[in-house]
Ligand binder design. Structure first.
Ligand code: NAD
Length: 485
């Protein structure tokens, strides 16, 4: 079988990188080559930005309902191709097939949701008295640069594309070199469903080449970046040179706070689902459990019992836990587990890769519980981005709030307990962009504003709040000639 290969998509056509160079994409479950992708660089980015600029007036001025219809058609098509997209995503990222299917459905939902709001981006009328007619309009920002990570390529591409396109922006997207095949398939779908040439341009390539060129391009009007704090900071610096706004979705170290009166039957399965989606390579993963001491031992035993039942294997076999995206990521996670041990945390389950006939080629790490974490430990404070859940006991509710807020991040938090006063006090006190009480995540979360406090980033994606991120307000004031009697 020939290895699939993907080019850059610029101005409505597929074309190789100007250099002719390509990159190999590896299957995380066995290390074999899955596909080759174009290795776009600054020249390709420049061409893509020019195409996006040229397409902007036609797309921004098109009747909004027509933009909505194109987005609806894309949503339908994603659902028709859901199984194929999910298989590609599962193999490319390593994630379990069922999770990849949920990602495809969420991607379709983004297009469906923003298709519905394309013609409802309203302005306001401002009363200045009878001599003036004053109103606001929300206009597209222009050419948006979107830099996408490898952990949820399809979902995150859809999350940025759908609101940007609905509001009349054009896009140059740089997907991640480690996993991006579903994004290139989505690009094909967008083209086949009638998105005009130049409105969406996609340039695969390396971060320090294509990514850096896109973030620094002087003719983009917004940079949307999802990825690590270190790269986010570089992207922000590059955009600052051009006075271009940035929307940053960065990392997390999200806590689940379990109070003594929590319903543990409800909580335990959700805590593991929150910690280990996509092998824990999820920005919003609930990677820390803070548990009130009265139920600490019981919770650890219950989590451990369930953890030992979790299956690990190649994504296409639909296990509970798939492979990590790369050998480097596997090494990083195993390093963190060693650091946690050295710092004095107790490894309750996991802590190793999974050597074995079928799995030793893949980037696997067994689901790992680290109990007895302390606030100063690196495993408590730093994002590990793997199937590792740290557990830290506390006594008083105020202590739980302080612990929850004791990292640099503030993306999501879960709170488990029956007393409404306490859970709501915690919800108000914990610094995070999303708080879940007695649940964690809600469906695909398409409707809920999502974004960080502190080093988790700023700006909001998803929901109606995303419309504010992708538009700017113009105020138009007219002095009206009044007939006076
Ligand atoms: P990363 O920052 O290394 O890469 C993200 C993207 O940026 C990739 O496309 C990469 O090619 C590109 N890139 C790398 N260097 C660049 C540069 N100098 N200039 C411009 N672009 C560059 O991050 P990652 O390893 O791909 O993803 C993991 C991180 O992303 C984690 O910290 C995770 O929490 C975060 N993340 C956040 C969210 C969110 O929505 N908040 C979602 C997914 C991942």
């Amino acid at each position: 079988m020939t290895t699939p290969s993907y080019d850059c998509f610029i101005d409505g056509a597929w074309r190789p990188a100007q250099s002719g160079r390509t990159l190999e994409v590896l299957d995380p479950a066995d290390g074999l080559v899955l596909a080759t992708i174009a290795r776009g660089e600054a020249g390709d980015i420049d061409e893509a930005v020019r195409a996006a600029r040229a397409a902007l007036p036609g797309w921004a001025d098109c009747v909004p309902v027509l933009r909505g219809r194109v987005l609806s058609a894309i949503a339908r098509r994603i659902l028709e191709e859901k199984d194929r997209l999910a298989r590609i995503e599962s193999q490319d990222t390593g994630k379990p097939l069922a999770q990849a299917q949920a990602d495809a459905v969420a991607a379709a939902r983004f297009f469906e949701y923003y298709a519905g709001v394309a013609d409802k981006v309203l302005g306001t009328s401002i009363p200045l008295g009878p001599d003036y007619h004053d109103f606001t309009v929300r206009e597209a920002l222009g050419v948006t640069a979107q830099i996408v990570p490898w952990n949820y390529p399809l979902q995150i591409a859809a999350r940025g594309l759908a609101p940007a396109l609905a509001t009349g922006n054009t896009v140059v997207l740089k997907p991640a070199e480690l996993a991006c095949l579903s994004v290139l398939e989505l690009t094909r779908i967008c083209h086949e469903e009638g998105l005009p040439a130049g409105v969406l341009n996609v340039v695969p390539g390396l971060g320090h080449e294509a990514g850096a060129a896109l973030a620094a391009h002087p003719d983009v009007n917004l940079v949307v970046f999802t990825g690590s704090v270190a790269t986010g900071s570089q992207v922000m610096r590059a955009a600052a040179e051009n006075i271009v706004p940035v929307l940053l979705e960065l990392g997390g170290k999200s806590p689940n706070i379990v109070l003594a009166d929590a319903d543990l039957d409800e909580a335990v399965p959700v805590l593991l689902k929150a910690a280990f989606p996509n092998s824990g390579q999820t920005c919003s993963a609930g990677s820390r459990v803070l548990v009130q001491r009265a139920v600490h031992r019981e919770l650890v035993e219950r989590l451990a019992a369930r953890c030992r039942e979790l299956t690990v294997g190649p994504g296409l076999q639909n296990p509970d836990i798939g492979a990590l995206v790369s050998r480097a990521q596997q090494g990083r996670v195993l390093d963190y587990i060693r650091i946690g041990r050295d710092e004095g945390a107790e490894v309750i389950t996991g802590g190793t890769p999974l050597p074995g006939v079928d799995l030793d080629q893949g980037n696997f790490v067994a689901p790992t519980l680290l109990d007895g974490a302390r606030p100063e430990m690196r495993v408590h404070r730093e994002e590990i981005f793997g199937p590792v859940l740290t557990i830290l006991p506390f006594d008083e509710v105020e202590e739980a709030a302080a612990l929850a807020n004791s990292t640099d991040y503030g993306l999501v938090a879960g709170i488990w307990g029956r007393d409404v006063g306490t859970t709501n006090w915690l919800a108000r006190t914990v610094k995070a962009g999303q708080i879940f009480i007695n649940c964690y995540g809600a469906g695909g979360g398409v409707e809920l504003p999502f974004g960080g406090y502190r080093k988790s980033g700023f700006g909001r994606e998803k929901g109606l709040d995303a419309l504010l991120s992708y538009t700017q307000v113009k105020n138009i004031c007219t002095r009206v000639a009044l007939r006076r009697s």
